[in-house]
Design a protein around this ligand. Structure first.
Ligand SMILES: Cc1cc2nc3c(=O)[nH]c(=O)nc-3n(C[C@H](O)[C@H](O)[C@H](O)COP(=O)(O)OP(=O)(O)OC[C@H]3O[C@@H](n4cnc5c(N)ncnc54)[C@H](O)[C@@H]3O)c2cc1C
Length: 304
């Protein structure tokens, strides 16, 4: 027979009680004990180690479709990330970037070829990625991003480039140290015409963690409250990627450079693409609520 407290927990957990219980079990591991260090190297290493434990327990599968190797339980994925926020906000952000933002972009903006190549590996952390949307000069106003992805039909490649100081990718979680790949948001240019912001998978580091040719990363340094997240900056100098690295669910470029999309209106296309990423924004709100509940609990115990 469940106790009154257990009944209450089940009622308050709501629809995703099971996902929350699973997270509680994972977070009971000694490696998730509260820790605080202002030393970023140490804090980042702990956070990555915690992510590897979660990955071994299949934590991230809920956020991805069954066809790509997940279990397709979006609500469960949001509930699970809220649980991480009750444990450690660095862990919540780092997990959110890898699985929710980078993984979410590949899953929701990509097609079969991207799912096959990346999704299982990013769930298991064999591929570490980051989500490179924000630029030094462009935060909320994503439509004005300046990074360019110019198609070269001779080699069937896109050339990723940061043309100005304000086009530098900035405050990107994972870009300072751990990420090997980035989902880069850039203005797609082909046959001399700009078609607005699209997303591309761009390798940024080799296996030893060195910047690849044409890629320059730097570190945003220590952040109060999020010491375990390696936020960084990325500058691209004419970096070439295969045509197939365009995440092409909503638009594509044919080998000869012809741009094709089922959505004619550029604004509608842009907001359709961004709309698929809304789960990342919901988890930020959900996590803030979870952190506030923890703060309330600490304050109440202290008052008692
Ligand atoms: C800890 C952390 C981690 C991050 N990780 C990533 C990441 O992994 N990848 C990534 O791409 N980005 C990341 N970012 C960047 C984040 O996405 C941007 O900070 C965010 O989009 C806001 O942009 P901004 O900081 O340039 O602020 P701005 O857009 O310049 O906004 C400044 C202020 O103006 C207000 N404002 C802006 N536009 C309007 C408007 N039209 N009407 C009214 N008010 C407005 C805003 O609400 C805000 O108060 C991260 C940021 C932080 C703090």
């Amino acid at each position: 027979m469940p106790t009154t407290a257990e009944h209450l927990r089940i009622a308050l957990d709501g629809a995703w009680h099971e996902a929350r219980e699973r997270a509680r079990k994972d977070l009971a591991h000694e490696k998730f004990a509260p820790h605080y260090t202002p030393e970023t190297d140490k804090a980042r290493a702990i956070t990555l180690e915690q992510m590897r434990i979660l990955a071994e327990h299949g934590y991230a599968a809920a956020g991805f479709s069954v066809e790509s190797g997940g279990t397709g339980d979006a609500g469960g994925a949001v509930a699970s990330i809220e649980m991480l926020a009750m444990s450690d906000l660095s862990l919540m952000v780092k997990a959110g970037v890898q699985w929710g933002l980078f993984g979410g972009a590949v899953e929701n903006l990509g097609t079969e070829r991207h799912h096959e190549k990346y999704v299982k590996r990013l769930i298991d952390l064999d591929v570490l990625g980051c989500f490179a949307m924000t630029e030094t000069g462009h935060g909320s106003d994503v439509q004005s991003l300046e990074t360019t992805a110019t198609y070269d039909p001779d080699t069937q490649e896109f050339v990723i480039h940061s043309p100005t100081p304000s086009s530098r990718k900035d405050y990107i979680g994972g870009a300072a140290q751990h990420a090997r790949f980035a989902s880069v948001f850039a203005q797609l240019v082909t046959q001399g015409e700009t078609h607005g912001v699209h997303c591309f998978v761009v390798p940024i580091r080799d296996e030893d963690g060195n910047d690849l040719p044409g890629v320059t990363t730097s570190d945003c340094g220590y952040k109060g409250g999020l010491p375990g997240v390696d936020n960084g900056r990325i500058v691209f100098d004419q970096v070439r990627i295969p045509r197939e690295n365009l995440l092409n669910k909503y638009a594509d470029v044919e080998p000869d450079g012809t741009y094709v999309s089922d959505i004619d209106n550029p604004s509608r296309r842009f907001f359709t693409m961004l709309g698929t990423l809304v789960r990342g924004r919901i988890t930020v709100g959900g996590s803030a609520g979870a952190a506030a509940r923890v703060a309330l609990s600490i304050a109440t115990r202290y008052a008692e």
